[in-house]
Design a binder for this molecule. Structure first.
Ligand code: PLP
Length: 401
């Protein structure tokens, strides 16, 4: 059985981290993987997470019994409210609910699997460029066509809204469209409010199904409500939709796999039927989800003072990213690096899409031991006051060589 199995190519972002770990150079920097780092370059366990974990450790009433297939109710309800807003018409009308999944990836996979079985189209649209897993998830869920809508304009280093709208206008009816709710990965460029309105208008006309991926709520602006405004606009316009939510980034719970698939339907009866079918899909995959991270998130979201503490931590993370954007741009300007580096500060969220070519990326990795994605994406959270000079020097050298 095994001798005929081909070797699969490595997953780019994990491969980059493995190369970084093997590198012995003391000046090495990993700008690849999308995880928050402190100004000392260290992972950060949020203080509120530590607080809740110690409360949990001391609570002898908690046990390790199985969760229901749909997950921890206090978590899915609070997560869904976080995405849709307390005053969401869909929540007030009892036609929105959640389903716990293995982080954002699991929520996407579950939702796409559902649409592959019950949706009206086998075509899924993803932004060009996008997080590569969107394509892989569509393929593995047996979507026959995985198409790209134009998104990034290389020349203006901004959103190609006309191209995006045209591609959506030309999409077959009922196609599924994956939309990044905020802090687009990898470009860091989001549509403005009026542009979201235009996108919604085209999608309604073509009966396209919006599948929001919101993996960075809080990271775009530091404001949880503002970052969910795209999703809420579509709910207000009475779309039925899915939202995959991840708590990896905004809670720093990367390895706990805490995610929710928020579901908005036209009525309560549809919601019940969809949730029942999701149970049938989840049961043979993971049977029931893990509890630890979901309990941390539920406890925090459902307690006003812990919630306030969490919001403070989000502000700490998002403002550090903003200040590192300003610092990197300032260093490149000081070096007189050719080109406008305004896009570094114009872009939002965790990533900057630098515009560096694949050749320049190789040069930077080899000569400076600064590891970044082949498409020029850098994780701004890994830039620090201590390594910024080194990163700017590497970019300058690559651009001017
Ligand atoms: N969606 C996007 C756009 C992402 O960048 C990521 C993670 O990098 C995810 C979803 C899913 O992350 P996780 O599975 O850790 O929640």
């Amino acid at each position: 059985v095994f001798k005929d199995v081909d070797m699969a190519p490595p997953v780019a972002v994990f491969n980059l981290t493995a190369r970084y770990k093997e590198d012995k150079d003391p000046a090495k920097v990993n700008l690849g993987v999308g995880a928050y780092r402190t100004d000392e370059g260290k992972p950060w366990v949020l203080p509120v997470v530590r607080t809740v974990e110690s409360q949990m450790a001391a609570d002898s009433t908690l046990d390790h019994e199985y969760l229901p297939i749909a997950g921890l109710k206090t978590f899915t309800e609070a997560a869904t409210r976080l995405a849709l807003g307390d005053d969401s018409p869909a929540l007030l009308q009892n036609r929105a609910g959640g389903f716990q999944a293995l982080s954002g990836t699991g929520a996407l996979r579950l939702g796409i699997d559902f649409l592959s079985r019950f949706g009206k189209s086998k075509t899924v649209y993803v932004s060009d460029p996008t997080w590569p897993n969107h394509m892989a998830i569509g393929r593995d869920a047996h979507f026959t066509e995985i198409k790209k809508y134009r998104y990034w304009d290389d020349k203006t280093k901004a959103l190609n809204i006309d191209g995006m709208l045209e591609d959506l206008r030309n999409a077959p009816e009922h196609s599924v469209v994956i939309l990044h709710g905020c802090a687009h990965n990898p470009t860091g460029v989001d549509p403005k409010k009026e542009q979201w309105e235009q996108i919604a208008e085209v999608m309604a006309a073509k009966k396209l199904f919006p599948f929001f991926d919101i993996a960075y709520q809080g990271f775009a602006t530091g404001d949880l409500d503002a970052d969910a405004s795209s999703v809420r606009l579509f709910v207000k316009k009475e779309f039925e939709l899915f939202v995959s939510q991840s708590f990896s980034k905004n809670f720093g719970l990367y390895n706990e796999r805490v995610g929710n698939l928020a579901i908005v339907t036209q009525d309560n009866d549809s919601l019940m039927r969809v949730q029942s079918q999701l149970e049938k899909l989840a049961r043979p995959m993971w049977s029931n989800p893990p509890n630890h991270g979901a309990r941390i998130v539920a406890t925090t979201l459902n307690n006003p003072s812990l919630f306030a503490e969490w919001k403070e931590a989000i502000r700490t993370m998002s403002s550090r990213v903003i200040s590192m954007r300003a610092l990197l741009k300032q260093k490149l300007k000081q070096l007189n690096t050719p080109g406008s580096w305004d896009h570094i500060t114009d872009q939002i969220g965790m990533f900057s899409y630098t515009g560096l070519t694949s050749k320049q990326v190789d040069f930077i990795i080899q000569k400076y031991h600064v590891y970044l994605m082949q498409d020029g994406r850098i994780n701004m959270c890994a830039v620090t006051n201590s390594n910024c000079d080194h990163i700017a020097a590497a970019i300058h050298d690559a651009v001017t060589s």
